[in-house]
Write a protein that binds this ligand. Structure first.
Ligand SMILES: N[C@@H](CCC(=O)N[C@@H](CS)C(=O)NCC(=O)O)C(=O)O
Length: 202
């Protein structure tokens, strides 16, 4: 099966998928889409298949999948990998992907963008709201991680890839990691498959 990922290293959503492909050892092609360029300058092949004009998009032969969480779940199910080998593992993956998308994957990208040099920023009350959400997310991060090195237990899975997407850039969001986050970030950075966002898209 031919897998082709369209993404960019500044997109945590795209990084989630690229990391999952590496962790699962799935051969794939990559096309870098410049997310900072005008949409009508992006390659025709990407514009033709991307339903919302956003990255990531993954093609599996003729199938086109968008939305990072949906792509992660598709990979886990189709290839029976990344913690999705059993019914309990598949349920866990869905729970973690939904939590990430609705919670920590909401506040962190907004904070990162607000603090990006050259960004229009956000009003202080919005920053305050996002940081307050992050405080709650930190508590729930620990609850979900438990004692395991990874969210799926002894080995990282789909949920770890989802959560990595933006937790890798806490410094850019100008928020501090908790002890549990620091422990998990170190475990993720130690993985053989781990590499820089830039190296994921060459
Ligand atoms: N909910 C989507 C978010 C996708 C998204 O926001 N992509 C951004 C990069 S992080 C993008 O393509 N931005 C460029 C644009 O919209 O032109 C997912 O999980 O994949």
């Amino acid at each position: 099966m031919a897998l082709h990922l369209y993404g960019h290293p500044d997109s945590g959503h795209a990084c989630k998928v690229a990391l999952a492909l590496r962790l699962a050892g799935l051969d794939h092609q990559v096309t870098l889409i410049d997310i900072w360029a005008a949409r009508d300058t992006r390659p025709d092949a990407f514009r033709a298949i991307s339903p919302l004009g956003e990255v990531p998009v993954l093609t599996l032969d003729e199938d086109v999948i968008f939305q990072s969480g949906a792509i992660l779940l598709e990979l886990g199910e189709r290839f029976s990998t990344l913690g999705m080998e059993t019914p309990a593992g598949r349920r866990r993956a869905r729970e973690l992907v939904m939590w990430e998308g609705n919670r920590i994957g909401l506040c962190l990208p907004q904070l990162i963008e607000a603090h990006r040099p050259g960004s229009a920023g956000l009003p202080p009350e919005v920053i305050g709201w996002l940081e307050a959400r992050y405080t709650i997310d930190c508590v729930n991060f620990s609850r979900l991680l438990g004692d395991g090195p990874f969210f799926h237990g002894a080995k990282p899975g789909v949920g770890d890839c989802a959560i990595w997407g933006y937790v890798q850039w806490l410094d850019k969001a100008q928020v501090a990691p908790t002890q549990d986050m620091a422990r998990w970030i170190n475990a993720m950075r130690d993985l053989d498959a781990m590499t820089s966002p830039e190296a994921l898209f060459v």
